[in-house]
Design a protein around this ligand. Structure first.
Ligand code: ATP
Ligand code: I3S
Ligand code: MG
Ligand code: MG
Length: 314
């Protein structure tokens, strides 16, 4: 089988024979060959499809093949799996049509399920509905409010909703742009009309400055620590407009795995709690490849908040 942009295993064997290397007399044990078509941004290809991963995959008979989104999908392949992270409406439609015609192909993941995470209001709905609380702890979402327009109405809306300052202001839509990750902390009421809707206003939860990134890959769960925003009482708030703007505080370079942090803050959430949360969210969201950003309320050993969910992070 010759797949777009790939060298087949047959060619590799033929190449070895030409080079005079010994060729096995009997065919090697049949290995399942799996073709994964990928549609990713250049940045994502660079961060995810690293040579080490490609080599390991190839050893296991998994072949990654680039999908050209400018050409009809049915002309490419065949694929066993399609792995993708592109946000355009056109691409989503192409994939939806393809899924209908090719139910035998696993699309990781269905575009409409991913879409649910592109809005910071809907992304946490399943966590809130789950109401997870057991002997290992409880998992909540911060109280939040959506503001669609009219910044001057924000102070009244906040009072009416009974939200307590400080509030984390987050762009409502997450569309892969850096703007959708420009967040700020509003800590005086008078600053609220300076915010820029559409946004979600979320109560800030003190958590000792450590965040847990919980990665869900099918049935596998991995959790790592990253540095996060410090507790509110530690800020130097002099001399500004009541809004603290912050860039991507918990990005990959802010690894806190080996940091010297109070063990009560650094302790990972209990595995059974994460397993239950992961399993439920996988089912409710209909996704197999995502991460949950979780914090533990400072001073509360067993109260966790999910503050963000990201599809297929690097
Ligand atoms: N409710 C909250 N309480 C305390 N800290 C918060 C809260 N919400 C967000 N933060 C802090 O702000 C950071 C960014 O928030 P969030 O994860 O929602 O944004 P994001 O841009 O979607 O991030 P990502 O890069 O993970 O996609 C978090 O990592 C955490 O440090
Ligand atoms: O390296 P980490 O901290 O895991 O960061 C991820 C973010 O958490 C995701 O939100 C990014 O995806 P979006 O920019 O599509 O939200 C995601 O972007 P990517 O798909 O371009 O890799 C990552 O930057
Ligand atoms: Mg996050
Ligand atoms: Mg996010």
């Amino acid at each position: 089988m010759r797949v777009h942009g790939e060298v087949s295993d047959d060619e590799t064997v033929a190449g070895a024979a030409v080079a005079g290397e010994p060729v096995p007399l009997s065919p090697p044990p049949a290995q399942q060959r799996l073709v994964v078509g990928y549609a990713l941004t250049k940045k994502k290809v660079k961060s995810f499809l690293q040579p080490k991963l490609l080599a390991l995959a190839r050893k296991k008979g998994i072949h990654f093949v680039s999908i050209d989104e400018t050409r009809p999908l049915f002309e490419q392949g065949p694929f066993d799996i399609i792995l993708h992270k592109l946000t355009s409406k056109e691409w989503q439609q192409v994939l939806e049509d393809y899924r209908e015609e090719h139910p035998e192909v696993t699309v990781l993941d269905p575009p409409n399920a991913i879409q649910h995470l592109h809005n910071r209001q809907s992304m946490l709905q399943e966590v809130a509905d789950l109401n997870l609380s057991n002997g290992y702890g409880e998992v909540c979402t911060p109280r939040q409010l959506v503001i669609m327009k009219d910044p001057s109405s924000i102070p009244d809306a906040v009072i009416k909703a009974g939200l307590t300052l400080p509030l984390v202001a987050k762009p409502l839509v997450v569309d892969g742009t850096s703007k959708s990750h420009e967040l700020s902390l509003a800590y005086v009421e008078a600053s609220l009309p300076l915010l820029d809707p559409p946004l979600v206003l979320q109560e800030f939860v003190n958590h000792g400055g450590i965040l847990f990134k919980v990665y869900i890959v099918g049935e596998t769960i991995q959790v790592v620590r990253r540095f996060s925003l410090p507790d509110f009482n530690t800020y130097d708030l002099g001399n500004n407009d009541g809004i603290f703007r912050f860039p991507r505080v918990s990005c990959a370079t802010n690894n806190a795995e080996d940091a010297d942090v109070d063990p009560c803050i650094a302790e990972l959430p209990p595995k059974p709690l994460l397993e239950k949360l992961g399993k439920e969210l996988r089912r409710r969201l209909g996704l197999r490849l995502f991460n949950i950003d979780m914090i533990r309320e400072h001073g509360r050993k067993d109260r966790y908040y999910v503050i963000d969910i990201n599809y297929f992070p690097a």
